[in-house]
Ligand binder design. Structure first.
Ligand SMILES: *[C@@H]1O[C@H](CO)[C@@H](O)[C@H](O)[C@H]1NC(C)=O
Ligand SMILES: *[C@@H]1O[C@H](CO)[C@@H](O)[C@H](O)[C@H]1NC(C)=O
Ligand SMILES: *[C@@H]1O[C@H](CO)[C@@H](O)[C@H](O)[C@H]1NC(C)=O
Ligand SMILES: *[C@@H]1O[C@H](CO)[C@@H](O)[C@H](O)[C@H]1NC(C)=O
Length: 708
């Protein structure tokens, strides 16, 4: 982080505080039911399971499993302790593993057919599994050699995924001590695995899995999402690509070829690419299936979260893939020849019939194929050698956000529409709500959840709430219905979800068709602001200052914004933000317009989203300090101290550093893009929220119940 970056930002924070005089720096802390965490002593919580039959939330952490009431996150049973013995830990460390990795990290919790909970843990680099009786909440370990192999990684840090279909467990995980072999398995009943003699996978990082039902007569399918090396592109450099793979629920393996191995395994590339910028997002973080019409699995869309392949670049993108598009590629795409080492070659062999990877359905049964067992060897041999399709499943991002790393995504649908509400967890322990209407992504809320900064690693939807988990805490936040938007401005943003501000009740309510007629949801807020007529913000500036003007639009979709400003040489647009180095010629009127195509609430004309008036500060009033001094790093630090004190923070150098560092990060992200980068809290002018300088009228942070 360059000092220049740091100083500019801290500098700016102070400037804005001085010039507006009203900056209130709040460190938002949710109403944590404090102290409970210490009693529990739980760390490294990583798996959450909601058992709908008993309204119980199971949580797997390091060496323990908890059972909580989902509705209020209170304890239902005393926790189960399941630690690796000292001997096993010693043996693990003896094999050269770090002490910290030689605990029993719970990595899998799933409900089985008989109602018991199946649990696995990394168990000091020797994965073990067991069964939990949900009534007594006691653990019975599963007997047998290597029962955990292939279900959980040996290394607790390696990614993996699991899902149950009709109470039968399917897993995708590294399957050996070194983490170099990988398997996708049906772990119980008709056990089926991958064929390890051929490279069906290349260094995969499994992210998510899902069961998708089919109509009667067809076989249900299990989908797996992961990132792996693209061996089809280049033999010498590593290119990571995102894949979706699927197997049939009824696949029992072949009779001669592919015995007890998947006969239906197929994979295809998922492409998430912004056509305007040409940018590809290639590293998949999470995927979540949402039925757009309840009870109709064919309406499933997968909401997927991507980040860039380049380390250190903080950027997140959301791409959505319809099941219909994925199914089409699996059903009609060409097969890639993996034997011949040529780039982009389709297979020269003709595709056998029945088509490889096809699940047994009524059609095939009519032809005498009752199960994968009946499939001819030539079909299975072809399937074995051609797991990858040449066609890709393509999508353009609905949302791109720089400076924010999202770690988890879930989505809920909005009644009878194609609109959806996304719940995104960040690596900083925040929950963000984003509405998707048409192709427009609008930021509604940013909710801080934990007092310590930890990544969100689980989000579950339960009765109009989301339960959000991170390694040491759990929160429950209401997300459903218009009433969760507690300010008029936020409610106006949620207009696309059918929300409207009721002036009498001073609450956000679901609108009636009559009210929907009133075209400008912002008008009722009484701020003088209209949808495309923001209040002009007056900024008092000094010569030589660097001021960053946000474009103040809540859209996170990749949309172009254009600035109009006085002819100044020292003006630079960083994506949607404008950086102005103040000189005599830079005083005057600045405005930003964004086009919002497809957003019915804005119309199709470019919309004025922010306007500023820059006027010269009268030094005799506030300029107690020589402007020249403000530019020196010493003053920057003093400024930060002042600001720190105001924030009511610890005042320690550590904090100061963090503040500056965070602020610098903010600059950096603004420099890189800025699009939607500083949506913040409170509609009361510039605010510091979690040490971020925010200059927009954006959603109010809101706290939920928290424990641990
Ligand atoms: C467990 O948590 C500790 C403390 O937060 C962390 O340092 C460690 O890396 C975690 N271990 C694993 C395997 O995630
Ligand atoms: C939490 O919810 C459960 C059942 O939903 C109830 O039995 C219990 O009393 C509740 N606990 C508290 C502290 O509210
Ligand atoms: C498939 O099942 C049908 C009815 O159960 C049976 O008549 C037929 O012989 C079976 N076909 C094969 C190839 O096993
Ligand atoms: C989607 O909307 C329908 C219709 O209002 C609702 O009943 C259903 O619960 C929603 N489905 C999902 C999967 O959330």
């Amino acid at each position: 982080m360059s000092l220049l970056n740091m100083s500019t930002t801290c500098y700016m924070a102070v400037i804005l505080w001085l010039t507006t005089g009203s900056t209130r720096c709040q460190t938002a802390i949710p109403n944590v039911h404090g102290g409970v965490g210490a009693v529990l002593g739980v760390s490294n919580a990583s798996v959450l399971l909601q058992d709908p039959s008993s309204e119980t939330l199971y949580l797997g952490a390091r060496g323990s499993i908890l059972a909580l009431h989902t509705s209020n996150l209170t304890w239902k049973h005393p926790s189960i302790k399941w630690e690796a013995t000292e001997k096993e830990r010693k043996s693990c460390m003896g094999k050269g593993k770090r002490e910290d990795d030689c605990y029993n990290y719970i990595c899998l919790l799933e409900v089985l057919k008989d109602g018991r909970i199946y649990v696995c843990g990394s168990y000091a680099y020797d994965p073990q599994c067991g069964f939990i009786d949900p009534v007594t909440f006691t653990l019975v370990k599963e007997e047998g050699d290597k029962v955990g192999k292939g279900k959980c990684p040996y290394d607790p840090r390696q990614p993996h995924t699991a899902v149950t279909a009709d109470g039968v467990l399917y897993t995708a995980s590294p399957s050996n001590f070194w983490g170099t072999e990988f398997d996708i398995t049906r772990a119980a009943g008709q056990q089926v695995r991958m064929d390890q003699s051929i490279n069906w996978l290349s260094d995969p990082e499994f992210v998510s899995s899902a069961l998708v039902r089919e109509s009667p007569g067809d076989d249900d399918k299990i989908y797996f999402f992961f990132t792996e090396n693209a061996i089809e592109y280049d033999l010498y450099t590593k290119v990571r690509v995102t894949r979706v793979a699927r197997v049939c629920k009824g696949d029992v393996g072949g009779s001669k070829t592919l015995q007890k191995r998947w006969t239906s395994f197929l994979k295809a590339q998922l492409v998430c690419r912004d056509r305007d910028s040409g940018q590809y997002y290639t590293v998949l973080t999470h995927a979540y299936p949402l039925e757009h019409r309840l009870g109709d699995p064919s309406s499933t869309h997968f909401y997927t979260l991507f980040t860039s392949q380049w380390k250190g670049e903080r950027v997140s993108a959301v791409c959505v893939y319809s099941l219909a598009d994925i199914t089409k590629v699996f059903a009609t795409g060409g097969f890639r020849d993996m034997k011949r080492n040529c780039v982009n070659s389709g297979s020269s062999e003709s595709v056998p019939d029945p088509r490889p990877g096809q699940c047994i359905n009524d059609d095939l049964r009519a032809q005498g194929y009752n199960s994968s067992f009946d499939m001819p060897d030539r079909v299975l041999q072809f399937a074995k050698e051609h797991p990858l399709l040449t066609s890709t499943v393509d999508a353009a991002p609905l949302l791109v956000r720089r400076g924010t790393t999202y770690t988890r995504i879930t989505a809920t649908n909005i009644s009878n529409s194609d609109a959806a509400l996304l719940h995104l967890g960040t690596d900083q322990g925040e929950l963000h709500s984003v509405s998707i209407v048409g192709r427009i992504a609008t930021l509604l809320q940013e909710i801080p959840l934990t007092t310590s900064v930890e990544p969100v690693n689980n989000i579950l939807i339960h009765q109009g709430h989301v339960v959000v988990g991170s390694p040491s805490s759990l929160s429950r936040v209401p997300v459903e219905g218009c009433r969760v938007y507690s300010s008029c401005q936020v409610c106006a943003r949620a207009a696309g979800l059918g929300c409207v501000w009721d002036v009498n009740k001073r609450a956000c309510v679901a609108d009636s068709p009559v009210q929907r007629e009133s075209e400008d949801p912002l008008k009722v807020c009484g701020t003088g602001e209209g949808r495309c007529s923001p209040v002009v913000k007056e900024l008092r500036v000094k010569k030589g200052l660097v001021v960053l003007l946000p474009c103040d639009h809540p859209h996170l979709s990749p949309l172009p914004c254009v600035w109009e400003h006085p002819q100044g040489r020292h003006t630079q647009q960083h994506h949607s933000h404008l950086e102005v180095t103040v000189s005599g010629s830079s005083l005057g009127f600045y405005s930003c317009r964004c086009s919002a195509q497809g957003d019915y609430s804005w119309g199709s004309e470019p919309c004025l989203t922010a306007s500023y008036q820059l006027i010269m500060e009268d030094l005799s009033v506030k300029g107690r300090v020589d402007p020249g001094l403000w530019r020196s790093p010493v003053w920057v630090y003093i400024s930060c101290v002042l600001l720190g004190v105001l924030v009511g923070a610890l005042g320690a150098t550590v904090f100061l550093k963090r503040l500056c560092w965070r602020a610098a990060q903010q600059t950096q992200l603004v420099d890189r893009n800025g699009r939607g980068a500083n949506q913040g809290q409170q509609g009361r002018g510039p605010t510091c929220y979690e040490n971020k300088l925010v200059m927009s009228d954006t959603p109010v942070g809101q706290s939920g119940e928290s424990v641990l």
